[in-house]
Design a protein around this ligand. Structure first.
Ligand SMILES: [Zn+2]
Length: 309
């Protein structure tokens, strides 16, 4: 399985900043040590033209050269720096690369990404550009060039926070289905309307969560016929998360990942996934949730590799 990373660009953050930047490096080290079937590849930056499939040219330029409004940077939550701009671009590039690899091999991933709070002309909640949205539009454009019927993409967002930016971007687009399962009382406090939103109460545990997921995937399948899946495998529904208000265990999150992979497998759908959020009180806990996701995905990749053609 091919997995793309951009963690060589570390943002200079002030001391005590609550974004756990080092988790990406820790995750990459553990994957390299523990899951030998994963090929770790450095991501190329997304181009201006790719970003412009979703984002306003003025916003892309402001992020790139630092002329972006200070208020917009405060909403994102990072100080502006050239490393920040480069990392944001490469994180989108990593999701694009993962989507292209998944089309060939069935499944692939971005070790970061899932920046679902980004809108066309602004970011928010540690999200600069919306990688899943850019990648979905690019896949559709590349697919269309081959004179095939339009590619329909399902974005399955299981981060604990609602995918508000993604919901808004595709609000009037019948070719992309946005599903978000999230904590009702978690950020963002003003939510957008996804194609399907499942609001979960504080303290939701494994059984109730998995039941809600089952119902959501069933409804998605009933209303939409995707040709590709982008999965945001947020680690923040874990009970040890500082920001998330749900209470999933290690086992519950692993069952969640397996359910999404099985659902795609049963429909023969290529799937790319990104990490989205994770803010464990212990950073090792967040990394463990994510390592488990990659371990499940590596097993899933073997199924694709060995499938009868
Ligand atoms: Zn999140």
């Amino acid at each position: 399985m091919q997995v793309f990373y951009a963690d060589q660009f570390v943002l200079p953050l002030p001391p005590g900043h609550r974004f756990p930047m080092e988790k990406y490096r820790l995750l990459r080290d553990r994957i390299a040590a523990e899951i030998p079937s994963i090929r770790l590849l450095r991501a190329e930056p997304a181009t201006d033209g790719q970003l412009a499939l979703v984002h306003a040219p003025g916003y892309i330029q402001g992020i790139s050269d630092g002329s972006v409004d200070a208020k917009l940077m405060r909403e994102i939550g990072f100080p502006w720096s050239t490393a920040m701009a480069e990392r944001a671009r490469r994180s989108v590039g990593a999701t694009i690369a993962a989507c292209r690899a998944a089309q060939q091999e069935g499944v692939a991933a971005n070790i970061a990404g899932g920046t679902h709070h980004a809108y066309p002309d602004r970011g928010g909640g540690f999200c600069v550009f919306n990688d899943a949205a850019v990648a979905a539009r690019l896949l559709q454009a590349e697919h269309g060039r081959q004179r095939r019927p339009p590619l329909k993409v399902a974005i399955v967002d299981l981060d604990v926070h609602q995918g508000n930016g993604t919901a808004r971007i595709f609000r009037d687009d019948p070719t992309v289905f946005t599903l978000s399962l999230h904590g009702q009382k978690n950020f963002p406090f003003r939510k957008e309307a996804s194609d399907l939103d499942i609001d979960l109460p504080d303290g939701t545990g494994d059984d109730a969560y998995l039941q809600a997921l089952e119902g959501a995937l069933e409804e998605l399948s009933h209303r939409f016929d995707p040709g590709f899946v982008i999965y945001l495998a947020g680690a923040d529904p874990h009970e040890g998360d500082r920001l998330g208000r749900l209470k999933l265990t290690w086992d519950g999150l692993e069952a969640r990942d397996r359910r999404v992979f099985d659902w795609a497998w049963q429909r023969g759908l290529p799937l790319a996934f990104a990490m989205a959020g994770g803010y464990g009180r212990r950073i090792e806990d967040t990394v463990q949730v994510q390592v488990n996701t990659f371990a499940a995905a590596a097993g899933y990749a073997r199924r694709w590799h060995n499938r009868p053609r």
